[in-house]
Design a protein around this ligand. Sequence first.
Ligand code: GDP
Ligand code: MN
Length: 394
Amino acid sequence: MDIHEYQAKELLAKQGIRLPRGGLAYSPEQAAYRASEIGGEFWVVKAQIHSGARGKAGGIILCKSEKEVEDAAEKLLGARLVTHQTGERGKMVGRLYIEETVQIDREIYLGFVLDRKEERIMIVASGQGGMEIEEISEKEPDSIVRQVVDPGVGMLDFQARELAFGLGLDGALIGKAVQAIMGCYRVFRDYDASMLEINPLVVSHDEIYALDCKMSFDENALFRRPEISELRDKSQEDPRETFASDRGLSYVGLEGNIGCIINGAGLAMATLDMIKIAGGEPANFLDIGGGASPERVAKSFRAVLQDKKVEVVLVNIFAGINRCDWVAEGVAKALDEVGVPVPLVVRLSGTKVEEGRRILAEKAPSVIVADTLKDAAEKAVAAWKSGKSASEAA
Ligand code: GDP
Ligand code: MN
């Protein structure tokens, strides 16, 4: 789960990290008022969306008067900002963060991530801030310094000092950088973050400020971090994924037209591959999990059909813990209660498969039955193609 920059900065502030003074605004009037509250002569108006690279997309506007702040707010609020991280639909700007400007003497990149291979928190820093980390690792790979945290002892001051030296800082800045880095580490650890990125962390008049902050959290740990769950902003999420996750389904939205309802993440991945090989494009990844009841199957249909781009639904079940008869009941229930306005391909295999097939034949005769994974993918793609040519002919 992602949070906004201003929310991440509130967490950093509690750990004593220096930040430009700022305030939140939901309207142009409020934005101008915030600027007057902050005082000074220059402000940055920052679009709060769940994405980085806002600057290049026009989401960060430098202003020289309260009037300019108001105009910038007018322009940004309600607009959809398309960055290279949002996809073409972009993200709606509903909130702005107004900040005092800070003179930038040096820009530093500082990132905390979970290194899955090392199974440890890794800190990545570079003296070439301002650029994105992908760009830094391409153009200035030698500028990158790293530290890996031993989970048994946690991050130690000397590791932060090594980073500070590696960044070429000296004098009083070393101690200040160590404080900032250790503060970030505590925020990362204490809230079960999965990513914390400060880009840029800047040196300004012998002080160190976090000018930007991006943070994501491990969704599996949110149950024990209610203060983080509260920061969720559903308006920034894919509505298809929000609908599914609110119902306890594991769903990832994709760009194609073949909706998928599958049990098991591995089988789901294999099915997506097979659809592609057969010449189609999956609309989603959906794992119904083990022991899925007919109700859960019907719910999955609701989630998949939320996506108006779906032109075919493919159900692929290899039942071990699951039961094909329950899945078949679920399919019948979905046809009855949800309504499935597109061709439906079902492949059942494993536990209670005979009963499952019988139920389908009896209660869901419109279903296209498939035998194997390959057969299912090909039938789904064929159904999609014939639907397309029918609509083109019409
Ligand atoms: P991002 O594009 O989403 O990463 O947003 P940032 O908050 O990092 O802002 C983009 C860029 O705007 C930064 O890299 C800075 O170069 C610039 N910027 C942001 N705040 C300030 C500021 O207070 N003073 C100055 N001079 N530049 C700023
Ligand atoms: Mn940034």
